[in-house]
Design a protein around this ligand. Structure first.
Ligand code: 13P
Length: 250
């Protein structure tokens, strides 16, 4: 069970360090059984690494390049992420797919580069509103799964995050039944088409997760964690979501 904070492009250094320190302090006093991962903006990865040093909180990045070095202005390689202490990286978030024209093939190459240096990948997939309305969700996700997961992926280095594009930052989510059914379909497809043990993979849900709906989403049979955007910027809200995940172990 994993709770991920995707801070996206939010927060200056001081406030982000303070938030991370507070969370680290809370985690080290409570020793959560669920895993917690912070994915801050790249320029403060190092600061956040030190801020969470005495806790069990993991450090992750929001993206990486598919090459290890070279003439790629503004990009960061997977080996650079390891170098600053990252254990995880989010790949193929819909904001990267849409705003940076990342195709499934690019996503797969990035994930492979991350696996090569030992990073755990959280590979994001999700349908848009039109596809959702037309009942094409599973078809869209299957296509993304088939083409964005590299051969290097396995149970130990890969998690899938299902994030319907229309649920991100909108305050609306699919129904609980829809989330659970979709996660079940993802697990089924992964087992049949990607790798045998795929049905044991943790599938995270993301899209308007908050301190009020986290409990019921995390209660679903096929949900293995959550990927949180907006609510992860407010310490109390994010901590409450972490506690919801932690209760699943009791
Ligand atoms: P929100 O939680 O703000 O909807 O964002 C979800 C997301 O994109 C996490 O990666």
């Amino acid at each position: 069970m994993l709770v991920v904070a995707n801070w996206k492009m939010n927060g200056l250094r001081r406030e982000s360090i303070d938030r991370a320190k507070t969370l680290a302090q809370m985690e080290s006093t409570n020793r959560l059984k669920c895993d917690v991962l912070l994915c801050p903006p790249a320029q403060i990865l190092s600061d956040i690494r030190y801020a969470i040093d005495n806790s069990n909180i993991f450090l992750g990045a929001q993206d990486c390049h598919f090459d290890f070095e070279g003439p790629y202005t503004g990009d960061i390689s997977s080996s650079m992420l390891v170098d600053v202490g990252c254990t995880h990286v989010i790949i193929g978030h819909s904001e990267r797919r849409i705003n940076h024209s990342e195709t499934n093939e690019i996503v797969a190459r990035k994930a492979e580069a991350a696996h090569q240096v030992g990073l755990n990948t959280i590979i994001c997939i999700g349908e848009n509103m039109e596809e959702f309305k037309l009942g094409q969700t599973v078809e869209k996700l299957s296509n993304q799964l088939a083409n964005s997961i590299p051969d290097s992926a396995n149970l130990n280095n890969t998690m899938i995050a299902y994030e319907p594009c229309w649920a991100i930052g909108s305050g609306s989510t699919p129904t609980l039944t829809e989330i659970d059914d979709t996660h079940k379909a993802i697990l089924e497809f992964t087992k049949n088409n990607i790798f045998k043990q795929g049905e044991k993979m943790d599938i995270l849900y993301g899209g308007s997760v908050n301190e009020k709906n986290a409990d019921s989403i995390l209660d679903l049979d096929h949900v293995g964690g959550v990927l949180v955007g907006g609510a992860s910027l407010i310490t109390e809200k994010f901590w409450s979501i972490c506690k919801s995940a932690d209760r699943k172990f009791k």
